[in-house]
Design a protein. Structure first.
Length: 254
């Protein structure tokens, strides 16, 4: 029986093959895993929101791994360790829906176990650690959790935050786990990010009385169905205070 459906959107097929080779060397072989490549090497015909809808309906494996092409499993962790961590998390919290290697906790700020060009500090506390947003380089989604990406969202940004918020609305949980790998890119925020964020706001405003979310890139977002609360929460000085307070990032759900 295959355990993981490993899915990657790639615009650099050589880099993808290097990633896949590192996965297979770490025990994610073709007997235990199915690999799906979404080829954007000639044009951007796939985006994560779109393909996650496809994966949700076509995956029969217990877990979906949605990951970047520029990863290497080269820090000693392997298939057996990941499967063990997920099994243990099932016992600790059967409500979990998504895990990753970097995210934001309501009470502890950034939680990460990753090597990347940014020199992201490794979390010194206990793992797994519950978070409300995750980085997109490496996501493991429990297939039976039945999590979906939001309709009408497109692009290559904020899809992990979207999945996490959908999980939270469904009374499910998200975690950073102790699975160490290398991400070869530090990530960047360009014009497309702000375009996606604008549509993202419209999607999530109506869902919350008040919700303050911080992404792993440091972007802070305030969602509220009430215009006045949105106006207050979106002021830069308020966001700065929230991001620096002991309560950061503050999240109030309905």
């Amino acid at each position: 029986m295959k355990i993981f459906h490993i899915c990657t959107i790639s615009n650099n097929l050589q880099q993808y093959e290097e990633m896949k080779t590192s996965f297979i060397a770490a025990g994610f072989d073709l007997e235990k895993c199915r690999y799906s490549l979404f080829d954007n090497s000639e044009k951007n015909q796939f985006d994560p929101y779109q393909i996650f809808k496809v994966l949700k309906s076509t995956t029969i494996e217990p877990y979906i791994i949605l990951c970047h092409q520029d990863l290497l499993i080269d820090k000693g962790d392997d298939f057996d360790r990941l499967f063990k961590l997920l099994t243990e998390l099932d016992e600790l919290d059967p409500r979990w829906a998504i895990v990753g290697n970097a995210g934001i906790s309501s009470s502890h700020g950034m939680v990460a176990k990753i090597t990347d060009p940014n020199g992201t500090p490794k979390w010194q506390g206990a793992l797994p650690q519950q978070v409300h947003s995750l980085d997109e380089n490496f996501l493991v989604v429990k297939t039976s959790a039945n999590i979906a990406s939001s309709e009408n969202l497109r692009g290559f940004h904020l899809y992990a935050t979207d999945l996490c918020l959908n999980a939270l609305l469904n009374k499910q949980t998200c975690y950073v786990i102790d699975f160490h790998l290398t991400h070869l890119s530090g990530g960047k925020i360009g014009t497309e990010f702000w375009e996606v964020q604008s549509i993202f706001y419209q999607r999530w405003y109506p869902e919350f009385n008040f919700c303050y979310v911080q992404t792993i890139t440091g972007v802070n977002m305030c969602f509220s169905k009430y215009k006045l609360l949105r106006a207050i929460g979106s002021q830069q000085r308020v966001k700065s205070w929230l991001s620096q307070s002991p309560l950061r990032p503050l999240v109030f759900l309905d």
